[in-house]
Design a binder for this molecule. Structure first.
Ligand SMILES: [Zn+2]
Ligand SMILES: [Zn+2]
Length: 362
């Protein structure tokens, strides 16, 4: 006799926010509009005498590609990410590039940042022009001369090869490392601007070398041991809202591929409905509800909040440490007058246990 169960079933889905195949054929494109906000004086009077002004076509902004994506929280859908100039600066110059659109503390640093900002703005403008010329070509009125069309195509091909250089320089220099900004890479690939022989792994986001014809989509390690999320999606009656890969322990050591990265799941506790994170896909109760004390409490119908007190002592007299709260926000927890950190939240206690500056007191 077979047993009938209404327990949710898991599904294995490959790790990664996109695939090369999906990027190369976006489901839709959206075009940025020109928006102008109305101006108010100090009494609140609308000086411009109109609401928002919205016009077709901001030609200084690239288009947005919509790529199919499955979210365990919301189900099937798309992601549509739009990159900014500072994202391109980070792509070219690494973390340093994140500061290129800010004022520098001294003239030397300021001139370096100005140079980086100019390079990012140049690549961004080329991307926008490339996109809009493509639309011009499609929307060209009947009777446009062959020479006119050829001119558009020639300009586009030139922009394409210049943008490919921006991409090739970074991919070549950072081979074996995690891609500096996966959204910039996705933006290029969705326009079919790719570099022969170099790709970013769909699963672990590491830049790897591959053959030029019929390139691989995942790196060698991920091809051998494909990292997968074993989802119990919230939208299908499960408890997962998302997942991420653990720290990149995954490297090529002495030419041999390392281990794939571990998956961590964000879930909603099926007893207290608070968010928690776990590397065990089957876990659907947070540490407050799933521990021995929590089990008794749920039986007796008591408060869903933990009662057990966890106590920690730090190195110095006054200690303050960073924690991640149940709702995903960041915060700090400070020691009391006795120099001890106390919490009755088992999820926070497990974070404190991982902190090398603290030790648990029983
Ligand atoms: Zn990989
Ligand atoms: Zn719970």
């Amino acid at each position: 006799m077979s047993r009938i169960s209404d327990a949710p079933t898991s599904r294995a889905i490959p790790v990664g926010p996109w695939t090369h195949d999906a990027l190369r054929s976006p489901q839709a494109w959206s075009y940025p509009l020109k928006e102008e906000a109305p101006v108010f004086d100090e009494t609140g009077f609308n000086v411009t005498g109109r609401e928002f002004l919205i016009e077709w076509g901001d030609r200084s902004v690239p288009h947005t590609a919509h790529v199919p994506y499955f979210s365990p929280e919301h189900g099937e859908g798309w992601t549509a990410s739009q990159i900014r100039k500072v994202d391109i600066a980070r792509w070219i110059f690494g973390i340093r590039g994140s500061f290129s659109f800010m004022a520098g503390p001294n003239p030397l640093i300021q001139s370096e940042r100005d140079r980086e900002m100019a390079a990012a703005e140049d690549a961004y403008a080329k991307l926008a022009e490339f996109d809009w010329l493509g639309l011009d070509f499609e929307l060209a009125p009947e009777g446009t001369t062959v020479t006119g069309r050829k001119g558009l195509t020639r300009r586009r091909l030139k922009l394409m090869s210049e943008l490919r250089e921006v991409m090739a320089e970074v991919l070549g220099r950072k081979q074996g490392e995690v891609v500096p900004d996966p959204r910039v890479y996705a933006t290029f690939v969705s326009r079919r601007i790719e570099v022969g022989g170099l790709r970013v792994c769909e699963a672990c986001q590491i830049i790897f070398a591959t053959r030029v014809n019929r390139p691989a989509s995942v790196c060698r390690t991920c091809r051998r041991h494909p990292p997968r999320y074993r989802y119990f999606p919230l939208v299908e009656g499960g408890w997962h809202t998302g997942a991420r890969l653990g720290p990149p322990a995954h490297r090529f050591v002495n030419g041999r591929a390392g281990q794939p990265r571990k998956a961590f799941y964000t879930a909603i506790c099926s007893s207290c409905e608070r968010h928690f994170e776990s590397n065990d896909a089957r876990r659907h109760l947070c540490r407050n509800c799933g521990g021995p004390a929590g089990r008794v409490r749920r039986r007796r119908g008591g408060s869903p909040l933990g009662r057990q007190l966890y106590r920690f002592a730090g190195e110095g007299a006054a200690v303050s440490v960073g924690i991640r709260r149940a709702d995903g926000s960041q915060g700090t927890i400070s020691s009391n007058v006795h120099g001890m950190i106390e919490t009755d939240d088992a999820e926070i206690a497990s974070q404190l246990e991982g902190n090398n500056a603290l030790r648990r007191i029983d």
